[in-house]
Design a protein around this ligand. Structure first.
Ligand code: ATR
Length: 278
């Protein structure tokens, strides 16, 4: 039997076991996927003993993603770019790392809005943490000409621009509404919008009507940002799809089947979000 898990601290909130448990049943695979609460000071030892603990790999969530990247012996470009990993697997006795947030975000965007094109205007990203870095990388890789970054702390946005070069431009946080008007896509990667974490106060007046507005927050499923965008007639993409698609590569590495993200799986997660609401 193959065993995988998700590690974090805390870990109780994680919905990854619902996703992987669903696929294990769906594909009739003899495997398990569990939650493991691992304290920050125990992460290195835990990951170095994955194999002796009986695991073929794991997901990594907050606050261990940077440490996981540092511990892994081999890293895919997706993890090197962000300097953080959310998916680990063993090949022989070597630990490999990837960051599947870029894949998760871009795949969900293209599935949800099939006619979205990277060439129709700048992409605008709110925030400058690890998730922002993964998404900026995704847009640049998709061939977008310009990514505009808006962050409360400008220096963090400047560090991302420095990493990726002249296609990434830093804008003032206070100008996020005016600066994003011509965007073909706007993504919130900040914690603002999370249940109880304040709002972003975007004004969508005068926005390009083809702009797709995305939030990586998925509790609530419809954030205030998405509700406001919808009220202005803009298409929206919620954060749940990214969560579902980012899980695909890990499941395939551990269990040998590339799983499908289906409406039924999504409905299972939506029901859990409505029930737990956190
Ligand atoms: P992650 O790695 O998950 O993307 P992070 O590194 O903690 O998370 O980054 C969180 C992002 O949310 C940052 O861009 C942060 O802005 P600062 O760099 O100024 O801290 C942003 N953020 C958090 N709370 C916010 C709020 N209330 N308003 C605006 N931005 C916020």
């Amino acid at each position: 039997m193959k065993r995988a898990c998700v590690i974090g601290w805390p870990i109780e909130h994680s919905r990854s076991p619902i996703i992987h448990g669903y696929w294990l049943r769906e594909y009739g695979i003899d495997g398990t996927y569990t939650k493991e609460a691992v304290r920050p000071e125990e992460v290195a030892a835990f990951l170095r003993s994955l194999s002796s603990r009986g695991f073929v790999g794991c997901n990594v969530t907050v606050p261990h993603k940077e440490m996981a990247y540092a511990i892994a012996e081999e890293a895919e470009e997706s993890a090197r770019v962000v300097q953080a990993a959310n998916t680990l697997w063993l090949e022989g006795d070597r630990l490999y790392a990837a960051n599947t947030d870029t894949y998760g975000f871009m795949t969900n965007l293209s599935h949800t809005v099939p006619d979205w094109r990277a060439h129709d205007g700048p992409a605008c990203v709110l925030g400058a943490g690890g998730a922002a870095r993964a998404i900026v990388y995704g847009f640049l890789d998709a061939g977008i000409d310009e990514v505009r970054l808006f962050n409360r702390t400008r220096a963090r946005a400047a560090a991302i621009a420095e990493q990726f070069g002249p296609r990434v431009k830093v804008f003032d946080w206070t100008n996020r509404s005016e600066g994003a008007r011509e965007a073909c896509v706007l993504v919130n990667t900040t914690a603002a919008g999370l249940k109880g974490a304040g709002t972003l106060c975007m004004d969508f007046t005068g926005f390009n009507q083809d702009c797709v507005v995305c939030d990586i927050v998925y509790v609530p499923l419809e954030t205030e940002l998405l509700a406001q965008a919808r009220a202005h007639g803009l298409r929206t993409v919620d954060g749940l799809g990214m969560l579902l698609y980012q899980a695909v590569p890990g499941f395939e590495k551990w269990f040998g089947v590339r799983p499908q993200v289906t409406d039924k799986l999504r409905a299972t997660l939506v029901a859990d979000i409505e029930e737990r609401s956190c």
